[in-house]
Design a protein around this ligand. Structure first.
Ligand SMILES: [Zn+2]
Length: 497
């Protein structure tokens, strides 16, 4: 195969228009599985959270989990969807060892929630993303291939399967095709998944951890020349972080443009995102709906949610993230631009919690957007995982406000917090940090500085008070930054008056 020369991204968006679409799977945080009473908690010994229903044993009958239906309706309402008055589950037939029944119970032509939207902000612009459908289904088990070097089936001597995850409630959220995004397609895809994650979190329906797979995203991408029909789309799977969503769209746009430039047709296929290289590799050719031979699930009754119940759920929805952010921006007195940098840093909740712990918005923002953002960038982790908690940041600022730490010492203490040495007060004590404002202890250092700098001392005696700064600097140096600068200055002026 000859190597493909990729065009530049600017060239791609000049010649082609992208159409993207996103399919997101969310594992619901219900106590029990979708169609049986097995617990959903993570981490049990393999095949210990199973029963005849989720193992698909003959004669077992599923019963739908009301809490999962309720969560799905709430998701639909938060995404401005219509809630079906009547809908059914469907069997999606396929044969794979991690699917014990040889079919998955899902929804097909009668989803529970349809035709909604989610507004997202990208570079100061509001983009309305259409939601095609929100439907319920069940998760599969997990295969494990052992005996090989790679953990893949090739070279493995045995394959094991763990059905603990089989039957965990999943909700699939599918967008309508999103045309007209132009060069912003990758960022809009990322902004959508971010906003969706925040909405789901605010509803409390899932822990939405992409790294752990409770939120999974498939990204559809196609390109067409302006004025032409939409192109053939590919579906990129295995996109496990927000950053990867953006990279996957971008790399697929580049790859498809190179093929189209060369007159090659795009295959409708499933592709896999490669975290290491940032590009996509071909997977299986995409099944069509007919391959799955969907039919209504005969073992489950239809779902007909009572309208009064739906209205009740709607009235009880929490404040959604977008509205919440607007309220915080007002409370914190931030400009759109300042709020945008808080958002970009992923610091909204962290600042909110730090303020709740007793810090002013300005101080909270200073730490999270300054020192801690810098450290997070350096170590390539999310700000929330940098190693400092909102409570610790609030405590640090309290010590500064009380005059026990100055800015420089506070940074040193924060270093210790990030390194996992404990809470700020503990680190201050353990490392012997803290501002010295005890005049007795400082007088010797002041006298030493005066003796070492007779010229400056003479100037101050003559009334040139501004010269005191140099002596304060000298004292700070000998006390390794731990002296209280205000007290030092007062002492110097007192000695030389
Ligand atoms: Zn079960």
């Amino acid at each position: 195969m000859s190597a493909i020369v990729l065009p530049s991204y600017d060239e791609v968006v000049e010649r082609y228009e992208p159409v993207i679409g996103l399919e997101t799977h969310v594992e619901l945080g219900t106590n029990t599985k979708m169609f049986c009473g097995c617990p959903t908690d993570f981490g049990g010994e393999p095949n210990t959270r199973v029963c005849p229903v989720c193992l698909g044993l003959p004669g077992s009958l599923p019963v739908a989990n009301k809490a999962a239906i309720e969560a799905t309706i709430r998701i639909g309402l938060a995404l401005n969807c219509s809630i079906a008055e009547w809908c059914r589950f469907a069997r999606k037939n396929y044969f794979y060892p991690d699917m014990p029944k040889n079919f998955q119970i899902s929804q097909y032509d009668e989803p529970l929630c349809v035709d909604g939207y989610l507004d997202v902000e990208v570079q100061g612009r509001t983009v309305r993303i259409g939601i095609e459908r929100v439907h319920m289904e069940e998760d599969t088990g997990k295969s494990l291939h052992v005996g090989g070097a790679t953990g893949r089936i090739h070279g493995a001597t045995e394959s094991l399967v763990d059905y603990n995850r089989a039957g965990i409630p999943l909700v699939e959220i599918v967008t309508k095709p999103i045309p007209g995004t132009g060069a912003l397609a990758p960022e809009i895809a990322r902004a959508y998944v971010t906003e969706l994650r925040d909405v789901l979190r605010s509803l409390g329906v899932s822990d939405v951890r992409m790294e752990e797979g409770s939120l999974r995203c498939d990204v559809n991408t196609s390109l067409n020349r302006p004025g032409d029909e939409w192109g053939t789309r590919t579906e990129t799977k295995n996109v496990n972080s927000l950053r990867s969503v953006e990279r996957a769209v971008r790399s697929e746009m580049l790859r498809q443009a190179a093929l189209l430039d060369a007159g090659t047709k795009i295959l409708q296929e499933t592709r896999h995102f490669q975290e290491d290289t940032g590009d996509t590799r071909p997977g299986r050719s995409k099944e069509t709906a007919t391959d799955y031979r969907y039919f209504p699930e005969p073992d489950l009754v239809p779902i007909a949610p009572d309208r009064a119940w739906v209205a009740e759920l709607k009235a009880a929805l929490p404040e959604l993230p977008r509205v919440h952010r607007q309220r915080l921006q007002e409370q914190w007195g931030l400009s759109d631009l300042d709020m945008q940098s808080v958002l970009n840093a992923g610091a909204v909740e962290l600042i909110e919690q730090t303020v709740a712990a007793g810090t002013t918005p300005a101080s909270a923002r200073k730490w999270w957007l300054g020192e801690l953002s810098r450290r997070a960038n350096e170590s390539g982790v999310d700000l929330a995982a940098v190693g400092a908690s909102p409570a610790q940041v609030a405590e640090l600022q309290r010590l500064v406000d009380e005059g026990k730490l100055n800015d420089k010492l506070a940074r040193t203490v924060l270093e210790g917090v990030v390194a996992g040495e404990g809470d700020p007060a503990e680190i201050m004590a353990a490392r012997g940090l803290g501002v010295v404002s005890d005049t007795g202890a400082l007088t010797a250092a002041v006298d030493e500085a005066i003796a070492a700098n007779p010229d400056i001392a003479a100037k101050i005696r003559e009334g040139k008070v501004a010269a005191a700064g140099a002596l304060v600097g000298a004292v700070m140096k000998t006390t390794r930054g731990q002296a209280d600068a205000k007290t030092v200055r007062e002492l110097i002026l007192e000695r030389l008056s």
